[in-house]
Design a protein around this ligand. Structure first.
Ligand code: IVH
Length: 714
């Protein structure tokens, strides 16, 4: 029998040959998932599906112990580190947790502990019950109370050195508080991103054409894997401490005591953590946290129970890679069944097409889901291979009853189709070949970097496609671009439909053309609102260079990149000239652009594509006649603070923190968020706390606000 069929046979019913083939298949599959999860921050299956693979592997191994492979997933935790960062060997390995799904698993877990410790019936075991945060585990090493290394888990034995990035997280103290700090302390815990921050980050990424993350965990991982710590600093990450590695002395003899010590040392610990004294209390805790799950602003995928007494933890020890004294009690994946009523195709600013299933509204884990992304054509056809959460071989049709799951707690996805309930007349869905806009431009499948057909479909209408135009106008008017009050998404759609605003320059000629348009007669408008709108438009005729560049909507040019370009070129004329030359493939200008801090190949190619297109050049030409673009001062090289790194802390009285930073940067200095040996000045105002202490400790020069102003000469 082929191994393909063996995958459906119960572990206990497999023949030895089948078991061998199954273990081989599972090892390969799990390793591939691990690689995508740990190294590429891009898992392609739900945690539940992944857990199911590991469980099957464990069940087969339990039945055929002689067949356990050297490369078995049960012998590994995660994948080997990705290589961009320096490697760090963990003084104490970072292990994983065994999973419990059913209540019986919890009962068995406790019975095992009792047996192992030979406790009699009357002896109570206390457990520290903690939410299981779905983030990335991190090991923070403190020597002499100072943070020296931060390392990811990696394969459990060796992780990646992400110290510079971790230092930008406000929940991670650079120095431990308290008097009797042990000389060596490794504090472990979870780095995570809140759900709200994740959604906001994806919005920004979408606007700049950057990477979109599937869930908060991946965005936290992606944010930590940055070579440039300033990018990590711009991403709101949090940290909860819950465990430890090497400790030269133990400040407590229980898990709960350690948690208190983490708090007194300056860490955040999870406020829902609770000491439980019986199986019933544990189960009640699991239920309570599951109920609270939807309301929490961070993802959790279960709870963790840990024997509270550390002497018992030590006696219990480990089985292969998991402790006997702890278990993760997972939540069942949240699922619901509903019917697909239609497929809506939307066109993004860059022309990418996204199909969305329109569903009968259904509650999944505390939220109502009405539409769910279908990703792309292959996904709908059920040929996304094992790379998608949808069960392989299932196609989705209008009228189908589907199973929805909220993966990673945030994004709902279709995981299966109930074939028995498929209406007889349901036909396979045909992905459109023409853009849904009135131009009906052709749709093509994008090519991948290797020249193969990619999964993403794109409208070829480019600048003629009205959807792309509308999306660009939305970006243009948005808060971080031209920030035009009164021109929100709805108004833009209306003005575009009416033909009043077709491209950015039209916004500025609207007041003049209103003699004919008579906006004040439109429903929802009056004299005052029209006057306010036109005033808002007038106010934006002057704009900073960085905002202007961002507002152009060039792919891969988000706010940070736009600012880097503005600083690099200083004036619109300089940037525009360079853009036009790059658009013509001028090697010298490309090399110049490449030399600008933070600018690389992808951005240069996007700028070249943008200015290489005559339609865009026209848009820019008409727009620049309407607005005045203010120069960005290039960082100066001949000031007292050029090339220095400065940190502002405490309250400033003569200017805001942002103004102070901007001024420092104009004068060629770098404004950093945390103090290190590389800091040249710390400007401390009233209320300065740990950063001032860090500066004193490291012997960094501390200035008052007045001393700083004197230094910068103003
Ligand atoms: S304790 C030896 N406590 O779950 C035990 N882990 O599957 C070390 N996690 O790698 C882990 N919340 O990333 C522990 N309160 C918690 C946790 C937690 C989340 C993660 C952690 C770990 C994974 C184990």
């Amino acid at each position: 029998m082929a191994s393909h069929d063996a995958s459906k046979i119960k572990p206990t019913d497999l023949s030895e040959a089948q078991a061998k083939a199954e273990l081989k298949r599972l090892a390969g599959e799990i390793a591939a998932h691990d690689k995508r999860y740990y190294q590429q921050d891009a898992p392609t299956v739900t945690d539940a599906a992944y857990d199911a693979l590991r469980q099957r592997n464990a069940a087969i191994e339990a039945h055929f112990p002689a067949l356990i492979r050297a490369d078995s997933p049960s012998r590994r935790v995660g994948a080997t580190p990705a290589g961009k960062f320096k490697k760090v060997r963990h003084a104490v390995p970072m292990l994983s947790l065994d999973n419990a799904f059913a209540e019986q698993d919890v009962v068995d877990f406790i019975a095992r502990i009792r047996r192992f410790l030979k406790l009699d019936e009357k002896e109570k075991i206390s457990f520290s019950a903690e939410p299981k945060i779905d983030g990335l585990s991190m090991s923070l090493r403190y020597e002499g109370g100072e943070l020296v290394t931060a390392a990811t888990r990696g394969d459990g034995a060796e992780g990646e050195d992400v110290t510079a990035n971790i230092r930008t997280i406000k929940d991670v103290p650079h120095k431990l508080k308290g008097r009797n700090v042990p000389p060596v302390c490794e504090v472990r815990g979870e780095v995570y991103m809140t759900k709200s921050a994740f959604l906001a980050l994806n919005e920004r990424q979408k606007a700049s054409g950057g990477q979109i993350f599937a869930n908060p965990r991946n965005s936290a991982a992606g944010s930590l894997r940055q070579k440039d710590p300033t990018i990590t600093a711009s991403r709101p990450l949090g940290f909860f401490a819950y465990s430890w590695g090497e400790m030269s002395e133990m400040p407590a003899d229980t898990q709960s005591g350690m948690i208190k010590w983490f708090e007194s040392s300056g860490f955040k610990t999870n406020p829902l953590t609770k000491l439980c004294r019986s199986t019933e209390e544990l189960i009640a805790f699991h239920r309570k946290i599951e109920e609270a799950r939807a309301e929490l602003d961070y993802d959790i995928d279960g709870v963790v129970y840990k024997v509270d007494r550390i002497d018992w933890q030590e006696r219990l020890g480990f089985v292969s890679r998991t402790p006997r004294w702890a278990i993760a009690h997972k939540f069942p994946a949240e699922r619901a069944t509903t019917v697909v009523r239609g497929v809506l195709i939307t066109v993004g600013r860059t022309g990418a097409l996204t199909p969305t299933a329109q569903l009968d509204p259904v509650g999944v884990g505390g939220v109502i889901v009405q539409n769910v992304t279908l990703h792309n054509e292959d996904y709908i056809k059920g040929i996304g291979g094992d790379s998608e959460p949808l069960r392989e071989g299932r196609d989705i049709r209008i009228g189908d009853t589907v199973i929805i799951q909220r993966a990673g707690d945030v994004i709902p996805q279709v995981v299966d189709v109930v074939i028995d309930k498929r209406p007889r007349d349901a036909k396979p869905y045909h992905f459109p070949t023409k853009c849904p806009c009135y131009l009906h431009t052709d749709i093509v499948r994008e090519e991948t970097a290797t020249g193969e057909e990619g999964a993403r479909a794109r409208c070829t209408g480019e600048f003629a496609c009205p959807f792309q135009k509308i999306e660009h106008l939305k970006l243009f008017c948005s808060r971080r671009a031209f920030d035009i009050e009164g021109l929100g998404e709805k108004q833009i759609e209306l003005f575009f439909e009416k033909g009043w605003i077709k491209e950015p320059a039209d916004i500025f000629t609207l007041p003049e053309r209103n003699k004919k348009i008579k906006l004040e007669q439109e429903e929802g408008y009056g004299e005052t609102s029209v006057r306010n709108l036109f005033e808002a438009i007038e106010q934006r005729r002057k704009i900073s260079l960085d905002r202007f560049i961002y507002a152009l909507g060039i792919r891969h040019v988000g706010e940070t990149t736009a600012l880097a370009l503005a600083r690099g070129y200083g004036s619109w004329k300089a940037f525009h000239d360079a853009g036009l030359k790059v658009g013509k493939g001028d090697e010298e200008t490309i090399a110049e652009m490449d030399a600008i801090d933070q600018i690389g190949d992808t951005v240069i190619q996007a700028i070249a594509a943008y200015f290489g297109e005559s339609h865009n050049r026209g848009i820019v030409e008409r727009l620049t006649k309407e607005v005045k673009i203010l120069d960005t001062e290039k960082p100066k090289k001949d000031t007292a603070i050029a090339g220095k790194t400065v940190v502002f802390t405490g309250a400033l009285e003569k200017m805001t923190r942002d103004e102070a930073k901007a001024q420092a940067e104009r004068m060629g200095a770098k404004a950093a968020g945390s103090v290190s040996k590389k800091t040249d000045y710390v400007v401390a105002g009233p209320g300065a706390g740990s950063k001032l202490a860090d500066a004193k400790k490291l012997g960094v020069k501390v200035l008052t606000e007045d001393e700083w102003l004197k230094l910068v000469g103003g």
